[in-house]
Design a protein around this ligand. Structure first.
Ligand code: NAD
Ligand code: MG
Length: 334
């Protein structure tokens, strides 16, 4: 069964045509539910559906944006769960800080956290204010407090100010998601400038180190730290020399910190996405000519949409995963 989301207008059209409109949607849903054996009340993301066709498939339009990119300028616009993610108080009353929370995977986590009952602070670059304001509106629509903290995490002082502002405005901190990242494709090591190498390291490795150090005094037993690593840590592509090294470092970050912090009751885990449809990829993360077939070589045959990885962040943030620490959770498309 496929989804009646904006990503799949065909299904809407078919059902609307069959039974004539909005009230019929429920009836059609019930009929399908009977066939597949599930109940009609299943929330959208948990329904039986074929993962190959549940979201947009290649080929995509060739596209590039100036770094750091904007969500609204992507075609198709990524799905962060705006229409589909339903919460069930799994993070009730928690206070979370998510870097790179304006777009992509961080945005999906921010929406999911808010709908699970958390107050959420997001960090992003000033150029991403439009994306950030969309996320703020979604968090507030979920009835939670949203804190927008623009600033550059390659700046050491800002890393400390970021944590302090989040703590001040949220009244504390329970969940830290180190998710911001910088990725630039380069065919050869000789094409990587010292400045670009430095920016990749500062964003992906130094910033999580500095932000985590600043956050630790505020974290109590039960708190959760999550870092966004990548499948490239284990299977580094030829064109991602510097980036792949930082993502391997992110995995080690989780493994070592988990050992250091277990005795304080703080868990640390890494999430490793495969190819996800986010601005990162269309601002130089991939060569332009690779965008149309992005995600095509996975077993599922398409890129992941940010909403498809949000449940992993929720699981790791919540007390449900109390025996998981120092681990790497993958969502790679196979
Ligand atoms: P994205 O572009 O939506 O998010 C990256 C964010 O990083 C940006 O929104 C920006 O706010 C932030 N950022 C970058 N440099 C910054 C700086 N100097 N200061 C402050 N913020 C800065 O893309 P995404 O794919 O959602 O990326 C999120 C994470 O996922 C990254 O760590 C990335 O490495 C990782 N990842 C992505 C993929 C993928 O295919 N999209 C795959 C594996 C891992
Ligand atoms: Mg962004």
């Amino acid at each position: 069964m496929t989804e009646d989301t904006p990503q799949n207008p065909d299904r809407r059209r078919v059902i609307g045509g069959l039974a004539g409109g909005a009230t019929a949607l429920g009836l059609a849903g019930a009929a399908n539910a009977q066939q597949s054996g599930e109940t009609a009340e299943a929330p959208p993301l948990t329904r039986m559906r074929d993962p190959q066709t549940a979201y947009p498939q290649p080929p995509f339009e060739e596209q590039q944006q100036e770094w750091p990119g904007l969500t609204s300028e992507m075609n198709p616009v990524p799905d962060h769960g705006e229409e589909s993610y339903r919460g069930s108080n799994r993070l009730s009353g928690r206070r979370a800080l998510i870097t790179g929370g304006d777009s992509g995977i961080g945005r999906a986590a921010a929406i999911a956290f808010a709908r699970e009952g958390a107050d959420v602070a997001i960090n992003y670059l000033p150029a991403e204010e439009q994306d950030a304001q969309e996320v703020v509106a979604l968090i507030e629509k979920a009835g939670r407090r949203a804190v927008a903290i623009p600033g550059d995490i390659t700046d050491r002082d800002f890393c400390e100010q970021l944590v302090q502002r989040a703590v001040d405005e949220l009244g504390g901190l329970d969940i830290l998601v180190n998710n911001a990242g910088f990725q630039q494709s380069a065919a050869s090591i000789e094409d990587i400038s010292d400045e670009t190498f430095d920016q990749t390291m500062k964003t992906n490795v130094y910033a999580p180190f500095r932000i985590t150090k600043a956050a630790l005094p505020h974290l109590e037993a039960g708190a959760s730290i999550i870092i966004t690593a990548s499948v490239v840590a284990e299977q580094p592509p030829e064109n991602l020399f510097d980036y792949s090294q930082t993502k391997a470092a992110n995995g080690i970050y989780a493994q070592v910190l988990a050992k250091q912090l277990a005795s304080r009751g703080i868990r640390v885990n890494a999430v490793a996405p495969g190819p996800f449809w986010t601005p990162l990829q269309v601002v130089g993360g991939q060569p332009t000519e690779a965008i149309p077939e992005f995600g095509a070589t996975t077993a599922i045959g398409r890129p992941g949409q940010p909403v498809e990885i949000a449940p992993l962040y929720v699981l790791l943030a919540s007390g449900e995963s109390s025996y998981s620490t120092g681990q790497l959770f993958e969502a790679t498309g196979g």
